[in-house]
Design a protein around this ligand. Structure first.
Ligand code: NAP
Length: 592
């Protein structure tokens, strides 16, 4: 996996990309399919159907099309961009550095020609970038928007997926690529009487396309995760009054967003190879936690005063550096984590003038075990006269009326309700799609009590279905665009392998899924993550099975999946092409 701490992509993970979008040197191996096409009224046949035209789906289109495959992308939205199309609430922006981290890395030209203007780009800027990506690589001709996939089912005889859309299309494809987003199934809480509310109601994760005015309005916000914490200060600047309904107080660190100096972009471009290699560098084998590069010092080698000085320095710098530049023990050691929590609670007391409000804002979970949050004046917002905080732990919501929110102690009249209540994360969008695999088995049935999968990419009984940013991948704890590139390339190489070997179907064994689950959990169990209720564990959705669904390896995950490919696709079962293909020596081969 790691060779002396350097990135090693498998022999099969070739990245020879030209800016015209062809993957040079690979065309020879991709020939038209020899599979029998399904009978019936299916009118269009593709090598691959991609669901979702966001960061991952568009890259999948680009890469697979570059290999010479016929690809069609469907997305229910009217524009490309996925998450960045839907999450257009006020204050939405990237929380990692934009350049180069929130961008595709595969094309030097793209890196050179796109001028990020801020250290943490706003939602409109990211959307413009993704629109540019679609135009720059001529993707739109293969993307069908306003077209939701309503049904996807696998036919073992033809080894193909049949997909039906909201627009009445019925198409077939050898491969189904689910780029449906890890945070794209909005969670709408079931509050009694919510439909009786007569004011406006918007979810941050499906924000209206038309401008929303808060001017002169009494706005209620439920939810204080990343979205709520970004939105609340912006809404408070315009609204007559904001009432924040907080269930779990959160730690947040200043974002310190700033304009990017042209020379910073130049420096990235001039050193692009090194920068990119650094983004993928394998963690050292003895890393306390592979996803945490740390600051090169152990917390236990320093005095409490030295540690406090580091926390102050990181707070002053802001950004996610507060996590990633902290001690490597931060997310694994209770004592160090508690010290950081105390430090952050101290900051809340310093910032929030009203001690009663400050007390309501005090988080009590381990810092970083819910997704770390960055803000632009969040705690300061509670010093405004037009902002009120309701602590739902002491004063729970009982229901909604026509005019507002009723809590145990009384009614809060509002004109608009903003639901910043997050997502049925990681698995929710796959479950809403609910593909039907071998013998018609539904994913919902399969995942009723546990989200079994292999490498976060595949599910047994669902041949030729691949997920990008699925459960068991590093997802939002890595770099989403780069992660999408690397997962797509792994998938593409697996497809290539199949074409070369005359194979028609691939799926993991259940034993491999169980082993993968153990591997993901073993990593998580070294940390404090599983001890907190969060969307990582599914605890934010009533009734959802508790399952820690994030691989905490950071770049180590990509080395791990490359290793699986290098070792002959261990854990996968291949079936020869139903149209008559050669047998394979790689993986295990099932008789057709
Ligand atoms: P979230 O982190 O899940 O936060 C949802 C909030 O709503 C939590 O405070 C939650 O409370 C509350 N909530 C949910 N159901 C509720 C109910 N029935 N009653 C009262 N409160 C309820 O969701 P999010 O803020 O949308 O963020 C999700 C993820 O998206 C983030 O963690 C991040 O990965 C990503 N994101 C990133 C950015 C960025 O990059 N800048 C911005 C936004 C989002 P509990 O904590 O008690 O469940």
């Amino acid at each position: 996996m790691n060779e002396g701490g350097t990135w090693r992509v498998s022999a099969t993970m070739t990245r020879v990309e030209s800016d015209e979008g062809r993957v040079e040197g690979l065309e020879h191996s991709v020939t038209s399919t020899t599979h029998p096409l399904p009978q019936g009224d299916t009118t269009e046949h593709y090598d691959a159907v991609v669901i979702g035209a966001g960061v991952s789906g568009m890259y999948a289109l680009h890469h697979l099309r570059g290999m010479g495959l016929s690809v069609r992308v469907y997305d229910g939205a009217p524009r490309v961009g996925g998450t960045w199309w839907h999450n257009r609430y006020p204050g939405a922006r990237v929380d990692g550095p934009s350049a180069p981290l929130y961008g595709y890395t595969f094309s030097d030209e793209l890196v050179k020609e796109w001028d990020w203007t801020e250290s943490q780009s706003s939602q409109p800027d990211v959307l413009s970038y993704l629109e540019h990506f679609a135009d720059r690589f001529d993707l739109r001709r293969d993307i069908q928007l306003e077209t939701r996939v309503q049904d996807a089912r696998y036919d073992e005889a033809t080894q193909r997926w049949t997909v039906e859309t909201s627009t009445g299309l019925r198409v077939s494809a050898e491969f189904l690529i689910c780029a449906v987003g890890a945070l794209s199934a909005p969670n709408r809480p079931e509050i009694p009487g919510i439909d009786d509310f007569e004011g406006e109601c918007h979810h941050t994760g499906s924000w209206p396309q038309e401008p929303v005015s808060f001017s002169g309005k009494r706005v209620g916000v439920i939810g204080t995760g990343s979205s709520g914490i970004q939105a609340i200060p912006e809404i408070a600047k315009e609204a007559a009054h904001v009432t924040v309904f907080q269930r779990t107080p959160q730690y947040t660190v200043p974002a310190r967003n700033r304009p990017l100096a042209p020379e910073e972009l130049t420096a990235v471009r001039e050193n692009w190879e090194d920068v990119r290699a650094g983004m993928m560098a394998a963690p050292p084998p003895d890393a306390v936690l592979p996803m945490m590069p740390g600051n090169g010092r152990s917390a236990f080698d320093e005095t409490p005063e030295q540690r406090h000085a580091l926390y102050e320095k990181l707070w002053a710098q802001g950004t996610l550096g507060f996590v990633y530049g902290n001690y490597p023990e931060l997310l694994v050691n209770e004592e160090i984590n508690r010290e950081v929590c105390d430090f952050l609670r101290g900051k809340i007391r310093e910032i929030v003038r009203d001690p009663e409000t400050a007390e309501k804002l005090m988080p009590d979970h381990f810092y970083g075990t819910k997704r770390p949050i960055l803000d632009d004046g969040y705690y300061e917002t509670y010093n405004r006269d037009n902002v009120t905080l309701v602590d739902l732990r002491k004063d729970p919501i009982e229901g909604m009326t026509r005019e507002g929110v009723r809590t145990a102690t009384g009614e809060h009249a509002i004109d608009m309700l903003v639901l910043a209540t997050g997502f049925d994360a990681i698995t929710g969008s796959m479950l809403r799609l609910d593909p039907k695999g071998r013998g018609g088995v539904s994913l919902r049935e399969k995942w009723k009590s546990h989200f079994h999968n292999y490498l976060g990419l595949m599910v047994s009984d669902f041949p030729n279905l691949f997920m990008i940013h699925g459960p068991g991948t590093p997802g939002v704890l890595y770099l989403m665009p780069l992660g999408a590139e690397l997962e797509t390339e792994w998938i593409a190489n697996c497809m290539l392998h199949m074409r070369e070997q005359g194979l028609g179907a691939v799926e993991p064994t259940h034993a491999a899924e169980l082993a993968w689950d153990r591997e993901v959990n073993a990593l998580a169990d070294r940390t404090l993550f599983p001890r907190t209720d969060s969307w990582y564990t599914g605890a934010n959705i009533p009734g959802k099975p508790r399952h820690f669904s994030v691989h905490l390896g950071g770049p180590a995950y990509f080395h791990r999946i490359a290793e699986v490919a290098d070792e002959g696709y261990e854990g996968l079962v291949f079936t020869p092409n139903a149209g008559g293909g050669a047998e394979t020596g790689s993986g295990r081969t099932r008789r057709a």
